[in-house]
Design a protein around this ligand. Structure first.
Ligand code: ADP
Ligand code: GLC
Length: 471
């Protein structure tokens, strides 16, 4: 099968979060199982660009409304990622250091999508499946079906995977000219609540829609930042497919970011060594349990609750544990977490920023991972942490609910709680400290989670079955 993924992120080319991890691993898995798989993404100015060799495969021009632009498609010559990688270069628009966060993101991603469809339309052999991810590529199914210039692509099945429905990329009708001329009877396929809504359009136009866990799909019907009715209406074509994780990248036995490698057999010693390195770097006490948080410091992740959780834990449970936070996001939370360094008694530290290497050291060296997310479509951190023998403490929501079973339940192995509240999280920490103090129970659980299977094996097969349903 000829599968084309189109995405704003793909690790290690460019990553802002889990979307990058998924698009960097699922296509490789598909390629390894015999499918002709490619990823098309914007050409940002990231280190990966300069470290690899590229060849120009296509040059052309098109327009975003009244603005005519040239675009170039380059291809990674080495196929180092295990699938064909194509980058779309639009001078001045996409070639920036960050993936998102610019005032003209609407223009950037509209132009990207138009260039991609414009290019695919020239292919002699068309793809069997076009698989788009999140709102940055959500207009592609519409363009393939309802714009006059791309009629040739109309019969290609498209799949939209929703990694996060909070972000929808809406923009006003005054920008309707951005899109290549389309059938005006189809206005409803672009619109949601008075705006052009790329995510909603993707849900309406894609042949099938998937979410990155089953529970998240159920939640979207009751809470999805305004799209609840649409999810209810389109439920017949929606399904949940849980993300897998890339066991080649996330492997404690040979992770290049670690100096101390370990397997299940020598996990106790291996984790202890990693913890000592981490604690000495951040001035923490390696004899106490180490709780970490890794992620975007935003409300969705419950990051705003962390300062009070840490204060309450020290006060009510006692100074029996360490906390180490890695993340960046809302400035108020960043400032609060930073200023709390003053209360540390060799038991608290924070690193504000994005640091891939440090995240790996933390998954390996921590005892527990905190994920008090208010919303978590899938969540990869809890699966990474389990691979590295670090016990997750998660709120029962979305993908967290689908991947972590509380230790109090049959065959359980983690700690779960119901509410994203300071009280519930602190209570979970209290339970974790108790587990840590029973060394046998703690070590057994840590080994058990390392042995769980969160690989792409099953989920990749579910995507192929979905594609096969069209063919
Ligand atoms: P989301 O995509 O919503 O941010 P996920 O759990 O799916 O959440 O994935 C987050 C990914 O980003 C993981 O690979 C995690 O390790 C990584 N990550 C998040 N914040 C940071 C950070 N500050 N430094 C390094 N890696 C980070
Ligand atoms: C999103 C979600 C996260 C998910 C990731 C990969 O960023 O917030 O829960 O794991 O996408 O699908």
């Amino acid at each position: 099968m000829r599968i084309v993924h189109i995405s704003a992120e793909c690790y290690p080319v460019a990553k802002a979060g889990g979307l990058g991890d998924v698009v960097g691993s699922l296509p490789r898995f598909q390629k390894e199982s015999g499918h002709d798989t490619a990823v098309i993404m914007p050409m940002y100015r990231t280190p990966f660009l300069y470290k690899n060799e590229w060849e120009v495969v296509h040059k052309s021009n098109t327009n975003l409304g009244h603005w005519f632009f040239d675009y170039t498609i380059i291809r990674d010559r080495t196929s180092v990622l295990g699938f064909d990688l194509y980058l779309v270069d639009i001078n001045g628009l996409l070639d920036r250091e960050k993936v998102y966060g610019y005032n003209d993101d609407t223009e950037r991603f509209c132009a990207f999508q138009i260039a991609v469809v414009h290019w695919i339309n020239t292919w002699e052999l068309l793809p069997d499946i076009v698989h788009v991810h999140d709102h940055h590529t959500g207009l592609i199914p519409f363009m393939m079906q309802h714009t006059y210039a791309f009629k040739r692509l109309e019969a290609i099945p498209s799949v939209l995977t929703i990694h996060n429905a909070q972000y929808q990329g809406s923009f006003g009708w005054e920008k309707t000219l951005y899109l290549p001329q389309w059938d005006s009877w189809k206005r409803g396929m672009l619109e949601w609540k008075g705006s052009i809504n790329p995510l909603a359009s993707g849900i309406k136009c894609a042949w099938k829609v998937t979410t990155v866990s089953h529970s998240y799909l159920d939640e979207l019907k009751v809470s999805s930042n305004g799209l609840e009715d649409l999810f209810e209406y389109e439920k017949g074509k929606c399904s949940g497919i849980l993300n897998g994780i890339d066991y080649k990248v996330w492997a404690p036995a040979h992770d290049p970011y670690l100096t101390e490698h370990f397997t299940i057999e020598n996990a106790v010693k291996g984790k202890k060594n990693n913890k000592e390195i981490l604690c000495s770097r951040f001035g923490l006490d390696p004899h106490k349990p180490l709780f970490v948080f890794i992620g975007r410091l935003v409300g969705e992740k419950g990051a705003d609750l962390l300062p009070q959780v840490i204060i309450d834990s020290f006060e009510h449970i006692g100074r029996k544990m360490n906390f180490l936070i890695l993340g960046s996001g809302e400035s108020q939370t960043e400032d609060q977490l930073n200023s709390m360094k003053s209360i540390s008694n060799n038991d608290y530290n924070v690193f504000i920023g994005y640091n891939e290497a440090l995240s790996h050291s933390m998954y390996a060296g921590a005892d527990f991972l905190l994920m008090p997310s208010r919303v978590e479509p899938c969540g990869l951190n809890q699966m990474y942490s389990m691979r590295y023998g670090t016990i997750p403490l998660v709120r029962k929501t979305g993908g967290l609910k689908d991947t972590v079973i509380d230790m109090g339940e049959k065959n359980g192995y983690g700690i779960t709680f119901l509410h994203a509240s300071v009280g519930d999280i602190t209570h979970a920490i209290y339970r974790a400290v108790e587990v840590y103090e029973q060394k046998d129970v703690f070590r057994k659980m840590s080994k058990k989670i390392m042995d769980l299977d969160f690989s792409w094996d099953k989920s990749a097969g579910d995507y192929i079955s979905l594609y096969n349903s069209f063919l």
